[in-house]
Design a protein around this ligand. Structure first.
Ligand SMILES: Nc1nc2c(c(=O)[nH]1)N[C@H]1C(S)=C(S)[C@@H](COP(=O)(O)OP(=O)(O)OC[C@H]3O[C@@H](n4cnc5c(=O)[nH]c(N)nc54)[C@H](O)[C@@H]3O)O[C@H]1N2
Ligand SMILES: Nc1nc2c(c(=O)[nH]1)N[C@H]1C(S)=C(S)[C@@H](COP(=O)(O)OP(=O)(O)OC[C@H]3O[C@@H](n4cnc5c(=O)[nH]c(N)nc54)[C@H](O)[C@@H]3O)O[C@H]1N2
Ligand code: SF4
Ligand SMILES: [Mo]
Length: 838
């Protein structure tokens, strides 16, 4: 075993042990130098093609997570029944046996009564296989914004377009890269350690980068061009560019749209495809000037555009419908909304389509593909908004206009994990939509079981923020029970969710809270029992999560003997499952999520208890073959390799991808029927639309109520969320950077309001208010204030870290009004007033 090797060595250099970084979800390959049983240095694993031997600052600082003197190393029980921010819990250390007994008793009580009374906040991306534990317990509840604050609308749309989970432009071949609201290749999102190198290499070969962000982010600062924008209006900017391509330049990839999408399918007046008596979608056959089933017409004979009359009905192709929508989305009108000048919208659209080289091809490893080296990439900032579904559709369609989806140089889907794209044949020659990849589509139910109403979001991600509304007004949503117990595991809902006050009220009602964590935080300080987990340098798993250019697992293994008296989270949850009497169901669930059901050799016996090493050993063998168990991974560290061109490009093959999202419209219509049958009359269906367009969001409307400014939050390379703020090695650096010193405000705005750097200001939104020091900068839109995650923590136990308490999420609203009605995606921008405190 690696640890024994390490401790037997006492030379100065000790031993280098391969493992996987756990400082953020992405899991770069690392090697850790261990001397006399002490980890002394972490470096990037040079053999891992994911991060190419590089690490970001957080990865380099990992030792201070392991050896953090404020980590909790022994189970603890609360003795003070009073709870709340800053209330001393009166912790006493207890033994594991006693801790398990208490937790099993309290959880057992609600499980026998009504298992839905358990709320769960689980946030450990790398141990995603554990996320199903609440479901086996019997609770559907999701009490966190994890995944939804960022990907609520993004993941479903990627899943519908090409069975991917995320997306990135092609680092290898792209020549013109537009980036909206994302740190990809610079500071955050997909595998930043490797991506920054790939981005830099692409720049060196001449790729141009245009960054659209309200703030001069690291990406914007390094780009060829920074376009400041009003938050939540990126869709308008891109719709304006689409107008230019379609109506002014008339340049788009007609061949791609006709052959690889459903854009030529005919749409009836009701917005659904025009189908024949056998249900087959129709296209306009140019040879006979009549509608014909899509599969009876050669691709080159399909009309891409046009309005046709048949038996008194008006039919348009899907492409024509969007073209008609775009007519009034002129650069002038979109400029008014976004503040990006119309001339800039026109220029960028032209540069983009010029760079896209419509019609060009490229040969890679003996196969010829379309070559479209221009693409638009985006993430959280550009689409975590109240109409996020429309945002995401717009960006996909804009890319589709130049035919760049999953082709060399273009916009590439990124699979969830080693299984690759989820692609299978759906209806009418199209791919089957996969809006859900983390759990099955929740069937409609009234009254709902889940407190976040998952049964009412058939294409949505779990809208955790809705707890703030549903739990305080349960009767409005037909919720017929009240949660009593909360399980926190690697999650800080009092930090991560909108409307912190309301989340606090909900926490107050809990009869029992158990936390599986490594630290006391805003949330875990409310626990009745604290169960200490092991850090990533002391635990075991195999990780492969949203790798942009590679595939394959990297091993996390203990590099030192675990400190203190801690247990691996898998062991904790498995012990609890056993004590609560559902070990068999738990193993059955693991059989499904680990894919053992497809390869029964490695199936877990429902009644046996497996150690964490046994579990991952089986997993490794099931994916890589019997000779590549855990021992193989301990020696080699990883099985990560580049994805082949075949695995990367045009994974949809001959299946068409959606241009016209009829599926979304259909799902909405079905839900409306179910809702009506259940007697629910006030649910919104407005975003179940097949094509995107501009409409104002509640955030824009809030401006009319005297909230003149916009507040945004952002991530940067130095921190993971605000969790790593407790690591002095990182905070010492971020505290020296003006970006993380206060609330960012534009110089012209500050002068107008008489505000100077250092002055205390208050931001007041419709939901709440926060206070902090002003930081006057040039690099932010004059209508926007920016709050770095680094200044948001309200409770930390490390005495060297100063709490700044400007908790951004207090400004956001966690209600349906600020939620995308189709995806459950939340609005991550707030309108605010700025007040000077003294
Ligand atoms: N370093 C680091 N990397 C991470 C994480 C981390 O915490 N730290 N977290 C991981 C997770 S879970 C996620 S979700 C991803 C998130 O990755 P990103 O989406 O890249 O990160 P964010 O900083 O949330 O948002 C990106 C940018 O959006 C800008 N922005 C805010 N509002 C708007 C807007 O309305 N329009 C536009 N155009 N821009 C806007 C912000 O200024 C910011 O620069 O990163 C992952 N990787
Ligand atoms: N203001 C603001 N709010 C945000 C965001 C933002 O950028 N700004 N980002 C949003 C996004 S995109 C997301 S995904 C969510 C993420 O929000 P969270 O899921 O809350 O974030 P994490 O950092 O994963 O979880 C933090 C908790 O994990 C604990 N932890 C750290 N390491 C370990 C470990 O090894 N084991 C265990 N058991 N616990 C550990 C920490 O002590 C802390 O309690 O937040 C969302 N909310
Ligand atoms: S990006 Fe940084 S924190 Fe995330 S896994 Fe890689 S090195 Fe670790
Ligand atoms: Mo996220």
């Amino acid at each position: 075993m690696a640890i024994q090797h390490a401790s037997h060595h006492s030379s100065m250099t000790g031993q280098w042990i391969p493992s996987t970084c756990g400082m953020c979800l992405h899991g770069c390959g690392i090697r850790v130098q261990v001397v006399d049983g002490v980890a002394v240095k972490i470096e990037g694993d040079p053999t891992n093609p994911d991060n190419l031997g590089k690490l970001c600052p957080k990865g380099n600082a990992g030792l201070s997570r392991l050896y953090d003197p404020t980590r909790i190393l022994k189970p603890m029980q609360r003795t003070n029944p009073a709870k709340g921010p800053g209330v001393d819990p009166g912790w006493v250390e207890i033994e594991w046996e006693e801790a398990y007994e208490i937790v099993a008793r309290e959880l057992g009580r609600v499980r026998r009564d009504d298992p839905r009374k358990l709320l769960c906040a689980i946030g450990d991306f790398q141990r995603i296989i554990l996320w199903g534990w609440p479901a086996v317990f019997g609770s559907p509840n999701f009490f966190t914004s994890l995944g939804n604050y960022c990907g609520g609308s993004y993941h479903p749309v990627n899943g519908m377009v090409d069975g991917s989970f995320a997306a990135i432009n092609d680092y290898a071949y792209c020549n013109y890269w537009i980036q909206l609201g994302s740190g990809d290749g610079f500071s955050s999102h997909l595998h930043v350690s490797g991506s920054t190198k790939r981005m830099a290499d692409a720049r060196m070969r001449g790729m141009k980068v245009v960054v659209v962000d309200p703030r001069c982010s690291p990406a914007a600062a390094k780009a060829d061009e920074w376009i400041p924008i009003v938050p939540g209006t990126d869709r308008a900017f891109v719709l304006g560019m689409a107008h230019v391509l379609v109506h002014e330049l008339r340049r788009y990839d007609r061949q791609f749209l006709r052959e690889h999408t459903n854009a030529p399918y005919l749409v009836g007046e009701d917005g659904f495809f025009w189908r024949d008596e056998r249900g087959r979608a129709q296209v306009w056959d140019l040879r006979v000037d009549a509608p014909r089933p899509w599969n009876d017409v050669p691709r080159e004979a399909m009309a891409l555009e046009g309005t046709f009359r048949v038996d008194g009905h008006c039919l348009r192709t899907g492409f024509q419908v969007w073209k008609d929508i775009l007519v009034d989305h002129t650069p002038e009108r979109m400029a008014e909304i976004s503040t990006v000048p119309a001339s800039t919208i026109r220029r960028l659209a032209r540069e983009f389509v010029d760079a896209a080289q419509i019609g060009a091809t490229i040969e890679i490893e003996g196969k010829t593909y379309p070559f479209r080296p221009a693409a638009l990439n985006y993430y959280r900032g550009a689409q975590s908004h109240a109409n996020g579904l429309l945002d995401n559709m717009t960006y996909k369609l804009f890319n589709m206009l130049v035919g760049n989806i999953d082709v060399p140089g273009g916009h590439l889907g990124v699979p969830l994990d080693h299984r690759g794209f989820f692609i299978s044949p759906g209806e009418d020659g199209m791919i089957k939509p996969e809006p859900h990849q983390l759990h099955p589509i929740p069937p409609f139910k009234y009254p709902p079981d889940s407190t976040h109403l998952m049964e009412w979001f058939p294409i949505g991600f779990d809208a955790g923020q809705l707890n703030a509304e549903t739990l305080l007004e349960p009767e409005r949503f037909g919720l017929d029970y009240q949660p009593e117990v909360l399980l926190l595991y690697h999650s800080n809902p009092l930090w991560n969710m909108p409307e912190t006050d309301k989340i606090e009220q909900i926490m107050r009602r809990m009869k029992f809270i158990v936390a599986i964590d490594i630290h006391l935080t805003e949330s875990t300080q409310w626990a009745d029992v604290f169960l200490p987990d092991r850090t990533y340098l002391e635990s075991t798993l195999l990780n492969c999560l949203e790798p942009p250019v590679v595939t394959g697992h990297s091993l996390r293994q203990p590099v030192v003997e675990p400190l203190g008296d801690t247990r691996d989270a898998y062991e904790i949850l498995t012990e609890l499952a056993e004590r609560l009497g559902f070990l068999d169901d738990w193993n059955d669930l693991l059989n499904v999520v680990c894919g053992f059901v497809a390869n029964t050799t490695y199936m877990l016996d429902p009644d046996r208890r497996y150690t964490v090493e046994e579990l991952w050993d089986r997993f490794a063998r099931s994916v890589y073959g019997d000779d590549r168990g855990l021992e193989w991974f301990k020696r080699h560290g990883h099985a990560v390799r580049y994805r082949t061109p075949e695995e990367t490009y045009m994974p949809y093959g001959d299946l068409r991808i959606p241009f016209y999202f009829e599926y979304v419209k259909r799902v909405g219509a079905q839900l409306r029927q179910q809702m009506e049958a259940a007697g629910i009359t006030d649910w919104r269906f407005d975003n179940y639309v097949p094509l995107p367009f501009w409409k104002n969001s509640p955030v824009i409307e809030d401006g009319e109520r005297g909230y003149d400014f916009y507040a945004i939050t952002f991530k940067e390379a130095l921190h993971t969320f605000a969790d790593t703020v407790v690591m002095p090695w990182l905070t010492e650096v971020s505290e020296k950077d003006p970006v993380h010193q206060g609330i960012l405000i534009n110089r012209a705005t500050a002068e107008r309001l008489g505000i100077e750097t250092g002055q205390r200001i208050r931001l007041v939104s419709p939901a709440g208010c926060i206070e902090g020091r002003a930081q006057v900068v040039e690099g932010i839109h004059p209508q926007v204030v920016g709050v770095s995650n680094a200044i948001t923590r309200e409770y930390v136990t490390n005495p060297t870290v100063r709490v700044k308490g400007a908790h951004f999420n207090r400004l956001l609203t966690g209600s349906m009004r600020y939620t995308d009605s189709a995806t459950g995606g939340l609005e991550s921008t707030a309108r605010v007033r700025i007040e000077v405190i003294d």
